[in-house]
Design a protein around this ligand. Structure first.
Ligand SMILES: *Cc1c(COP(=O)(O)O)cnc(C)c1O
Length: 469
């Protein structure tokens, strides 16, 4: 094709044949890299699009139909297809458990150990010493009971499933008194009253939105009462003229009236976070000690592990939960169980767990250390020609936990990265790795608290790359 012809409009006749393209030199490297099957499918699809375009009178240059041009087009289609959908993210939002960014980042040690088991065969449901069939989550349950101080434990796919399973097991066809303050929506379509209805139990609303007393629970108990339910209002706080019956009071009533007390805790920290200034998140061992009959919480919130629903408490109740036919529909897969096992093992050493579980490390990071990181990042950015300052701010736990409880932090502030703050934030998100930050007062704000070890340098490079004159 001559140069003049190349810039001319193409017609259907100019469309190359599929076989000719696949046999051409231009396509050879592509086939080598992506495989003949995928290249054939994508080339056919690309030719279909061009054919339709031409038939419908769309404008196509002859230069777009050369072998090298079509190879580039097919290469781009394949790259789009293979582009990671769950790309790596540098979380500089300061929200430690960001549900949209996958909640808890996993402990690298736990992942390494779990993946070794996942790529090979493992003793998932087999007792090695007897050679007999065993319970797939026995080890996890024993560890979980040990680190929480509970009599027994079990796990399902997430805490929503755990709540549903407990309600259905203990209270199907029966009454469950629950405070009007606990009619919470967690997000999506998960609303406590709807979950209770679906579980087959009858919700008995008690108290008022802002005040529910222990006597309200006691007065609601009838022959039909299956359990008392307390829900941790982890994603909102009622402030002002309020009262919430304490777990101790419910436990006392439950024991006296022979009704189990269940606590849907949500965030579920295994360690006491008061030392880090988080006072509204009771620890699971403390709740177990208080005498709650069952406590359930998420695996990927403050526990810092994979998505799971962890249930701990009385042996007979845990056994009943495991006997429910629904348990089989909610059971965890071997990868989750292996991740849980190795994350739980990190908790056996109380001295190092905060260092080894990224979620806990982010919470425990000292404000002075974060400030030094922020200043270091700002300094490096200046060397790249990006004007950056630092400022006092706050980080959040997130993931629907501890509203109103924040951690002091120092953020890196960039007022100008080219274009509007929204446009700059989008360039950062679209980069590799993808960077998420906050926008405050028309400036980009980066919180080093939620960066993982070693990500500072990557963040600086990503910001420098997103700069626009
Ligand atoms: C987060 C939360 C849930 C849902 O847990 P998932 O593990 O996301 O299913 C249920 N109850 C409470 C109180 C929560 O905070």
């Amino acid at each position: 094709m001559s140069k003049a012809a190349a810039s001319e409009s193409a017609s259907l006749r100019d469309l190359p044949k599929l076989d000719a393209l696949l046999g051409s030199q231009a396509f050879a490297p592509l086939i080598e890299a992506a495989g003949r099957h995928l290249v054939t499918e994508e080339t056919r699809a690309a030719l279909d699009v061009l054919r339709t375009d031409l038939r419908e009178g769309g404008h196509v240059f002859q230069s777009e139909l050369t072998e090298p041009a079509l190879a580039r087009l097919v290469e781009k289609r394949i790259a789009t297809l293979l582009d990671p959908i769950q790309c790596r993210v540098l979380n500089a939002t300061g929200v430690i458990l960001h549900t949209s960014l996958g909640r808890a980042p996993l402990a690298p040690e736990a992942v390494k150990a779990a993946m070794r088991e996942a790529v090979e065969y493992s003793c998932l449901e087999l007792d090695r010493s007897s050679g007999k069939r065993s319970d797939r989550d026995k080890l996890v349950n024993d560890l979980l009971a040990r680190v929480t101080g509970a009599e027994a434990a079990t796990v399902v796919n997430n805490n929503a499933a755990a709540t549903m399973l407990i309600l259905n097991t203990l209270a199907e066809g029966k009454e469950v008194p629950c405070s009007r303050a606990h009619m919470v929506e967690i997000g999506g379509s998960y609303r406590m009253p709807d979950v209770m209805r679906k579980s087959g139990c009858r919700l008995v609303e008690i108290g008022a939105t802002n005040k529910t007393k222990a006597a309200d629970y006691e007065n609601a108990i009838t022959e039909e009462t299956a359990m008392l339910l307390k829900v941790h209002t982890s994603n909102y706080a009622i402030v002002g003229f309020t009262h919430e019956a304490a777990l101790e009071e419910l436990v006392e009533i439950g024991k006296r009236r022979n009704v189990p007390v269940v606590y849907d805790l949500g965030a579920g920290s295994l360690i006491d976070l008061k030392q880090y200034g988080i006072t509204r998140e009771p620890s699971v061992p403390d709740l177990v000690k208080t005498g709650a009959d069952l406590v359930c919480f998420s695996g990927d919130k403050l526990f810092g592990g994979p998505q799971a629903g962890l249930i701990v408490g009385r042996k007979d109740l845990v056994a009943a939960v495991k006997k429910n036919a629904m348990f089989r529909m909610m059971r965890c897969d071997k990868v989750t169980l292996a991740l849980l096992e190795h994350t739980l093992k990190l908790y056996l050493d109380a001295d190092s767990v905060v260092e080894n579980v990224p979620t806990l490390r982010a919470i425990a990071r000292d404000a002075e250390e974060v400030k030094r990181k922020a200043k270091g990042i700002a300094g490096k950015l200046k060397k790249h020609g990006v004007e950056a300052t630092t400022a006092d701010s706050t980080s959040q736990i997130g993931g629907g936990s501890t509203p109103g409880e924040e951690l002091p932090t120092t953020v890196v502030v960039i007022s100008k990265l080219g274009g509007s703050p929204d446009a700059a934030a989008k360039r950062l998100r679209m980069g590799t790795p993808s960077v998420f930050c906050r926008i405050e007062n028309d400036a980009l704000v980066f919180d080093p608290r939620t960066l993982l070890p070693g990500q500072d340098t990557e963040l600086v490079a990503a910001i420098a790359a997103a700069r626009k004159a």
